[in-house]
Design a protein around this ligand. Sequence first.
Ligand code: GDP
Ligand code: GDP
Length: 437
Amino acid sequence: MARPVIAIVGRPNVGKSTIFNRVIGDRLAIVEDKPGVTRDRIYGTGEWNGRAFSIVDTGGIEIDGEDEIMKSVRMQAELAVEEADVIIFMVDAKAGMTHADDEVAQMLFRSRKPIVVAVNKVDNFNRMDDVYEFYGLGFGTPVAISGSHGTGIGDLLDAAVEKLPEQVDEEYDEDVIRVALIGRPNVGKSSLVNAILGEERVIVSDVAGTTRDAIDTPFEKDGQRYVLIDTAGMRKRGKVYETTEKYSVMRSLKAIERADVVLILINGEEGIIEQDKHIAGYAHEAGKASIFVVNKWDAVERDEKTMSHFTQDVRDHFLFMHYAPIAFLSAKTKQRLHKLLPIVNHVSEQHALRIQTHVLNDVISDAVAINPPPTDKGKRLRINYATQVATKPPTIVIFVNDPEIMHFSYERYLENKIRAAFNFEGTPVRLFTRRKS
Ligand code: GDP
Ligand code: GDP
């Protein structure tokens, strides 16, 4: 089920990133102590009143030139209008209503998207006069918050979550593999889509796109049905807009949420950059199967070592995604293209794999026999049993005497043993430890 997206829009310095960090705070803490996961984030996930959502801080889009602030705010608002399900429009109680607020309000108003006005920096709730002024924006009752004190955040989330759209069920059958192509602009997404669809024996279905986006392309090859979720096809904007990282991240986010398998495109000609990591990190966190696709391989000067060097480069940059296979190809010449769909099929199977409990426990027992669990303050971790509780991604719960003494490194050891036994190539595996004596 795709998570809806909440976007925060507003002038610089109203407190967007402060609030963003408060909303994703808990989760951030969990994610951050894992090596390789990027720290500089602009999206996160949250849950409130039982609704899971993604949240994006659209702030910080930077443009050179005159009237820079207004331009960047306008761009954020456009981005949010296009991609978000609910928009939090943040203003500053201390600064009062400004011309920029007014202009953004008009853009948002025309979009007809659900809007919640958050009046930040209300550090003293006795001073509500500063808040009432923002009724004038025309979006109903503003919510007073303080990023510094953390007050009002619950009310804000109440208001935002209430406006989220109803969950719609995906419109594809279970046996259809949903494939998203993500990557920064010019990496070759559109070219790859065309190359795949132009291949021999691909039957492109002329069924109209889905209810959400008209850019889904269903097709069939060798009896397997797929749908391509293309993040490039919907491009309408000028270059400046489209090359801002937030634009592609937000667009990718939605495609990833709807996918089973994510093709993370990398430009073989240019190598890996930071932006590639942001996007890949999201596929990982969303629990999707992933394949690195190194495109433009035709344009790379190669010798017999080039591929292994590039492979090492991918492994070094994406430490947390050691499980994802790497495909080298050229969308332009179709070189090695025929290898791609078989890998998609394979990782999709692995993503949906279900291991029988007794088989899983045999592997865990062997692992424990070779390398006994850690002790902590004289207490030894005892593993009672493990069971797979979900697929897509495979999710395993390990029942132990005391989850507190399970070390990250031991969990990693178990994951490695599980992978050695069952492979799970291309998919993250989630391990949870629960108490049961
Ligand atoms: P952004 O540019 O909209 O992302 O704003 P930031 O989150 O970076 O915040 C801008 C400044 O406002 C920082 O110095 C924050 O410490 C400050 N700030 C954020 N929230 C509050 C608040 O509730 N009260 C006050 N007094 N300052 C705040
Ligand atoms: P997108 O922005 O990710 O959708 O990228 P496009 O598919 O529009 O491709 C961007 C540019 O890269 C275009 O000029 C393509 O012709 C070129 N391109 C795409 N794939 C390849 C490839 O495999 N090899 C080479 N040499 N160029 C490619």
